[in-house]
Design a binder for this molecule. Structure first.
Ligand code: SF4
Length: 292
């Protein structure tokens, strides 16, 4: 049995930076320190932050005092204005790559272009980007939705930083038929693209692959989709306890990959659980042999 971990698995630069900033803020500041929404899509890390006195607050209206940390996904300009009015101190941990995309959206809106954002409508990054578009942005989740858009002389298309490259290309193709002059910006971040490539390569090499991460993490879900297209025996798990002997049955090479918000410990625990399963299996096999 061989266990292979995908290259570039583990927290991405933007998430690591946001976590570091949150912990530094907690050390420096008196009073309440909150994050606006979960800092990362990972229940285990959120529980750890809570134990350190960094609370996650979902609703802007429930923030009345102290310091708030903006997570790596970024927020719309409205949110900054709201916090300013309430005189709440802001520590901005928006990933610099997401900041760049926000600036691009604002620039394209200034040029009066319709802006198609290929992303997940409910994802905080997409919601933030829409806020910079001055009502010129639309979030599209599939090429089918892109095909329903009206014909335009000019339009721009870009992606949520964690989007699946394969889907982005398909939406771009659909938009070509709907636009005379289409400006394409591949804003999928380098770390996401490398991670996606490594996961798809691994899916072609192993017999079962575990994608480890929070179920509400968009980039982890993208990895699951990418791997599942290649390898039907792809499993999306939040923790090692979800690995069952049935999932491992007959597989000699097993892969593990994780999203941008999957902590290294979660990967290590998955490795351990797989090893334990195999040890138990071989023990049972040898026991059966002895009994014959
Ligand atoms: S996935 Fe990329 S853009 Fe998103 S937070 Fe991580 S490094 Fe930044």
């Amino acid at each position: 049995m061989e266990i292979i971990i995908a290259k570039n698995t583990g927290l991405c630069y933007g998430v690591k930076r946001a976590l570091r900033m949150a912990k530094e803020t907690r050390r420096r500041k008196e009073g309440k320190v909150s994050t606006l929404g979960d800092l990362i899509h990972n229940p285990r890390v959120i529980a750890d932050l809570k134990s350190q006195g960094i609370l996650s607050v979902d609703d802007l209206n429930n923030l009345e005092e102290g310091t708030v940390i903006i997570r790596s996904h970024g927020v719309s300009p409205d949110v900054y204005r709201h916090l300013k009015r309430k005189k709440i101190e802001v520590v901005d941990a928006t990933c610099p790559i997401v900041k760049k995309i926000q600036k691009l959206v604002a620039k394209l809106a200034g040029e009066k272009l319709e802006i198609v954002i290929v992303g997940n409508k409910q994802h905080p990054e997409s919601k933030g980007l829409i806020g910079y578009s001055r009502d010129r942005g639309v979030v599209i989740e599939s090429e089918r939705q892109a095909a329903t858009l009206a014909f335009r002389k000019k339009r721009a298309v870009l992606a949520q930083s964690t989007q699946d490259l394969f889907l982005f290309k398909r939406v771009v193709s659909a938009l070509i038929e709907k636009t005379e002059e289409l400006r394409v910006f591949n804003t999928i971040c380098h770390s996401t693209q490398t991670r996606q490539r490594a996961t798809s390569e691994l899916a072609s090499e192993v017999q079962a692959l575990f994608i480890v991460g929070g179920k509400n993490s968009s980039n982890t879900y993208q990895l699951f989709q990418i791997s599942k297209r290649i390898l039907p025996r792809t499993y999306f798990i939040e923790n090692a306890d979800q690995i069952t002997p049935k999932m491992l049955h007959g597989a000699k090479k097993i892969g593990i990959s994780g999203g941008a918000s999957t902590p290294p410990e979660a990967i290590e625990e998955a490795v351990e659980k797989i090893k334990q399963n195999f040890e138990q299996q071989s023990h049972e096999e040898s026991r059966v042999q002895c009994q014959r």
